[in-house]
Design a protein around this ligand. Structure first.
Ligand SMILES: C[S@@+](CC[C@H](N)C(=O)[O-])C[C@H]1O[C@@H](n2cnc3c(N)ncnc32)[C@H](O)[C@@H]1O
Length: 255
């Protein structure tokens, strides 16, 4: 299997050609289903032409992707899934997590709260709060809920009982909003965030897939952290930026 490759295609196509149990993990952020038809939409962010689905269609498409994630994920693999909500659909991430839990062999092992330096205001809402946090849902296979891969280190072992104590890793991460790269895609996250997720869950040499690669934040973080990557990105404009950013790092890329 080729690694350090990005495919300019729908992730479902990539997923169907990846071998079973070949990926150590996924770090990603999917489209949040923000309808383009609203002219006042703060987030008309460069991918929304494919992102105005009905709630049912959105949930079905994402759940089908999770079925494929499970197929390509190694047994002890980990999926870090960053999803937030828009003003119109605050329930959507919760509905998706529930569907994934009931319709796949994956479940939530942890939920990480990502605090950003800057809030995105709901400038047009008299009621909704400015969001300065987003959640990262950490999915693992149900059968490995207590035995999935992490980098957690033992800090001491009780001489009396043999009880192991681990270094303290919390479910609260402070990281930049984004890398400051200007493009039409506004819904990017930061290498700062990815680096911290990799340091919790992925040993050096891990193979990490991002089905929604955008402008390549996950892949750049993999390079920094001595991990390998595979990615998919459906929109050519984002794919080209992603490839250019990676080429600037002089990596040998397939594709
Ligand atoms: C929230 S953005 C991810 C941004 C990325 N984390 C970054 O920092 O650049 C979602 C991306 O998924 C892409 N996308 C949407 N549906 C897709 C699909 N079915 N397959 C592959 N890419 C898709 C969009 O074009 C967009 O670039």
């Amino acid at each position: 299997m080729e690694v350090n490759v990005i495919y300019n295609e729908n992730c479902i196509v990539t997923l169907k050609k990846l071998p079973e149990k070949s990926i150590d993990g996924i770090i990603t952020s999917p489209p949040y289903n923000i309808n383009t038809e609203r002219s006042d939409c703060y987030y008309n962010n460069g991918y929304s032409e494919i992102d105005g689905l009905s709630e049912n269609d959105y949930l079905q498409i994402r759940t089908d992707e999770f079925l494929q994630f499970s197929k390509v994920l190694k047994d002890k693999g980990v999926i870090c899934y960053n999803i937030s909500y828009s003003k119109e659909n605050p329930i959507l991430p919760t509905l998706l997590v529930s569907r994934v839990h009931s319709e796949t062999d994956l479940t939530i092992a942890d939920i990480i709260c990502w605090k950003k330096p800057n809030a995105i205001p709901f400038q047009t809402s008299p009621t909704k709060l400015s969001r300065i946090t987003e959640l990262i849902y950490v999915f693992v296979k149900k059968a490995y809920l207590h035995d999935f891969t992490t980098n957690k280190k033992i800090s001491k072992v009780s001489k009396k009982t043999g009880q192991k104590f681990y270094r303290n890793y919390t479910n609260f991460v402070e990281a930049k909003n984004n890398d400051g790269y200007k493009s039409r895609l506004k819904a990017t996250y930061s290498q700062d965030l990815c680096r911290q997720l990799i340091s919790i869950y992925f040993p050096k040499g891990s193979l990490i897939y991002d089905p929604f690669s955008g402008i390549g934040t996950t892949q750049l973080s993999c390079l920094e952290s001595d991990c390998f990557f595979i990615g998919s990105e459906i929109i050519k404009e984002h794919f080209d930026i992603c490839m250019n950013r990676l080429r600037e790092k002089n990596v040998s890329l397939f594709s």
